[in-house]
Design a protein around this ligand. Sequence first.
Ligand code: HSC
Length: 719
Amino acid sequence: MAQFTRVSRSVGLITLQNPPVNALSAVARQGIVDAVKRALSDPKVKSVVICGQNGIFCGGADIKEFGTNITGPPLVPMIHAIEASNKPVVAAIEGSAFGGGLELALGCHYRVAHSKAKLGLTEVTLGLLPAAGGTQRLPRLIGVPAALNLITTGRHVTAAEALQLGIVDQVTDHNAVDEAVKFALSVAGKSLDARRISTYPCPCPSDVDALFEEVMQKVRQSARGAIAPIACVQAVRAAATLPYSQGMEREQELMATLFTSGQARALQYCFFAQRAVGRWSMPSGARWDTSKPRSIHKAAVIGLGTMGRGIAVALAQTGLSVVAVETQEKQFMEAKKMVSGMMERGAKRHGTAPPLDKITYSQNIQAVADVDLVIEAVFEDMALKEKVFQQLSTICKQGTFLCTNTSALDVDHLASQTRNPELVVGMHFFAPAHVMKLLEVVYGPRSSPQAVATAMQLGKKMGKVSVAVGNCRGFVGNRMLKPYLEQALFLLEEGATPELVDGALEEFGFALGVFKMSDLSGLDVGWKVRKGDGLVEPGLASGPSARIRQGRRYSPLGDLLCEQGRFGQKTGQGWYRYDKPGSRVPRYDPWLHSFLEEYRTQHGIVARRIDQQEVLERCLYALINEGFRILEDGIAAGPEDIDIIYVFGYSWPRHRGGPMFYASMVGLAKVLERLEHYHQAHPDVPYMQPCNLLRRLVASGSPPVHKWKEAIKKLRSQL
Ligand SMILES: CCCCCCC[C@H](O)CC(=O)SCCNC(=O)CCNC(=O)[C@H](O)C(C)(C)COP(=O)([O-])OP(=O)([O-])OC[C@H]1O[C@@H](n2cnc3c(N)ncnc32)[C@H](O)[C@@H]1OP(=O)([O-])[O-]
C-alpha cells in the first residue's frame, strides 16, 4: 500500500509501504494510484514527494507476482499519470531504487538521492528488460551509450555516479525525504515542460547503426546465450530511432517474449534460490533461525599456498584480524609478498586503503593460540591435515572453531582428531578465494549447529554466497563434477575432440568447456588425487584391463598427459597448446590429436561421429544424476542448494538456473529415459544408472522443482 500525508502545508507525501523492499505489488500499485489522485485533486497540495518506508525507496516490480495472474493497475499508465501531473513530483531515493523502482523515479519530474543510495535497471539479471518505460526514458535522460551500459548489465550505480550521469538532480548526506520536501517546495508552481523525460528527444549518436552493431556484437559475446541482454539492446535502439510511443510499443513486445521465456523463469528461480540457501537446515533438525552464531573477531589461516593466500585476503578485507601461518620458509616469504600485492590491487580497484595491518604473519603454528576461528588450508593430504588438526586442538583456546578448506576429504575424520569435534566444519572456498563468491560450509555428523551458523555468518560477512552441505567425498560441487569430467574423457576415447566437447559446453553457456577449464586449473591436481586413490597405472598399457579400475570403466587419458609433463596452462601444454607456459589462449594441438588416434588404435577403439547433443546429454545428465543421489543421501537439503553451488562455483550458466532446475525444464522423464539409454550402452559406468529418487519423482508425476523438497520428504517417509 501507499500512505498519503500532507507535510510543510503544501507538499503531498506519498510513502510506499510494502516491506521488506517496497516492491510494486498489485496492492502497492493501487495505493500509489489512489494517493497520486488524492494529491492531484487536493488544492492545498502544490507539489508531491514519493518515498519508501524504512529507508528503501523501491525494489522494483514484485517478482513473486511474475508467473501468476497479475491483477491491479499496470505500472506503465501509473507512471505516465505521474509524469503527466501538473504538480511537480519529486522522488526521494533512499536505500535502493531498482528496476521498476527506478522507472517510477524516472516518471517523476525530479530525483533527490541519499549519498548511500544505489540505483539500477536490474531487470536483465532476472531475464527481463525495464518494461515500465525504462528503456525509453533512460537513454533520453543520459544518452544512448550510458543507458546501454546500465540496462544491458543491470549494474548498480552509486548516488554520486547517478548524479554525474544525470539520473538524479541532487545528492544529500542528510535525510533524503526532508531534502526532497524542501526541493518540492522550491519547485512548486514552476513549469514542468522541460521535466517530462518521455518528451525529450533521444540524444542520438551520428552513426546509430555502427554503434548498435558494435554493442550488439559485444553483448552477444558476453551473454553466453542469454537472450535478455540482446532484447535490452533492441529496446534501446527503438528509443534511439523511434518516437516515444512507438518505442514503448517495442519495449512491451520485447518484454512479452522475455516474460514467458524459460530463461526468465531460470533467472528468477536463481534470485530466490540464492536467498533460500541462507535458510539452511541440517538433518538433525538444526536450522538457521534457531542456531545462534558466535561473533568472530580474530581468525587464522594455516598454509599460505594459493588457497590460503586468497582466504587470508578475504578475511582481512572483511575487517577481521588475521594470523597467517606458513611453516615453510620459501613459501612464507613468497606468500607475504603476494598477499600484500593482492590487497593493494583490491584496494586500488575499490578506491580504499589496503588492510595490510590486519594480517600478522608467523612461521609458528603456536601463533594461533588466541584466535576465535582457524581455517586450515594446507596441502590436500589427509596425513598432513590430521597432524594439523591434532596440533590445533591442543594449541587453540577453548571454543575455537576449527575449519578445513579441504575440497574433498572427510571432514568428520578430521573432527575425530580433535578434542571437540563439534567445533569442526568444512569451509570450502573456490579459487581465487578472495574473488569467487561461493562457499560450501560442510557439516559432519558431530558438527554443532553453532559451528555451522558461525561459518555461514562469516561467509556472508565475507560477501560469499554460503551453502550448508553434508559431508561426503567431494561434498556437492566436486562430487557432481567427477562423472562430468569422466564422461568428457570417455567421449574423447570414443572419437570426440577437446574442441568438440568444449564447443558444445560453451554453446550451452559455460564460460569454459571442461578441457579448457582443466588446463586452467592444472591437470596435475586430479592426477595426484587419482594416484592417492590407487587408480594410476604408469605407461600406455593395452588390453581390456587398461581401461578398467575397480571393476568400472576408467580413462587413463589424463594420466598419460601428466606423464608427458602436460599439466595445462602452467606448462604450456595440456588438452591444448599455449604459446608459452602461463599463457592463457588455448590453441589447437596437432600432437594431441595424433596422440588420441594412437591411443584409440592401441586400445582397438574405432572412432565414431559424436554430436553436440550426445556431449551435452552424457556430461550434463551424468552430473545431474549425481545431483539426485546427493538429494537422496540428504547431503544437500534441496535442489536450490545444488543449483546455487553450480551457478556460483562452477560457471553453470545462470540463465539455465543450475543443473537441477535445468533437469526440471528438460523434463525429468526425458532425463530418465536418456540416462537409461546411456547406461544400457555403457553398463560399465555404474553412475549412469538412473538414481532411485529420479525414478520415483518421475513415477509421482515429475513435480516442479519447488515441490521436490516436499516430495523427497514424502518419499523418505515411505521407505
Ligand atoms: C507484464 C508485467 C509488466 C511488468 C513491468 C516491468 C516492471 C519492471 O521493469 C520489472 C522489475 O522491476 S523486475 C524487479 C527488479 N528489481 C530487482 O532486480 C531488485 C531485486 N532485489 C534486490 O536486488 C534486493 O532484494 C535489494 C537490493 C532490493 C535488497 O537487498 P537485501 O536488503 O539484501 O534484501 P534481500 O534479502 O535481497 O531481499 C529481502 C526480501 O525481499 C525479497 N525481494 C527483494 N526484491 C524483491 C522484489 N522485487 N519482488 C519481490 N520480492 C523481493 C527477497 O526475495 C527477500 O525475501 P525473503 O523471503 O526474505 O528471502
